[in-house]
Design a protein around this ligand. Structure first.
Ligand code: FES
Length: 108
């Protein structure tokens, strides 16, 4: 397994607490900033499809605007019921570019 990376934003576009919609690898995601840490998770809430790009970031969680479910910005797990989890993606900063990664199968 390797990780493919793609640029989704520039450093400075997000301040702490921001969450914005991005598209990476043909998937609708949200990129957020929790304090000094960036995170990326699927855009659609696993409860009833709420748009997490309209959510807020607070105390280590992204909070869905529809019914208030809270998901860890570190793991994507729902705070109260661990069986609910958002797909989460690694994020890295290269120079002034924020990149999101996805695991890929290596072909030989
Ligand atoms: S749709 Fe997200 S909490 Fe209900």
């Amino acid at each position: 397994m390797t990780t493919a990376w793609t640029a989704v934003a520039k450093v400075g576009q997000l301040v702490a607490g921001d969450v914005v919609p991005v598209t990476a690898f043909g998937r609708e995601l949200v990129l957020g900033r929790d304090g000094d840490r960036y995170f990326a998770v699927q855009r659609q809430c696993v409860h009833r499809g709420g748009d997490l790009s309209e959510g807020i970031v607070s105390r280590g969680y992204i909070i869905c605007p529809n019914h208030g479910w809270r998901f860890s910005t570190a793991t994507g797990r729902q705070a109260e019921a661990s069986e609910y989890c958002l797909a989460s993606y690694p994020v890295r900063v290269v120079g002034d570019v924020i990149e999101v990664g996805i695991a890929t199968q290596e072909t030989t």
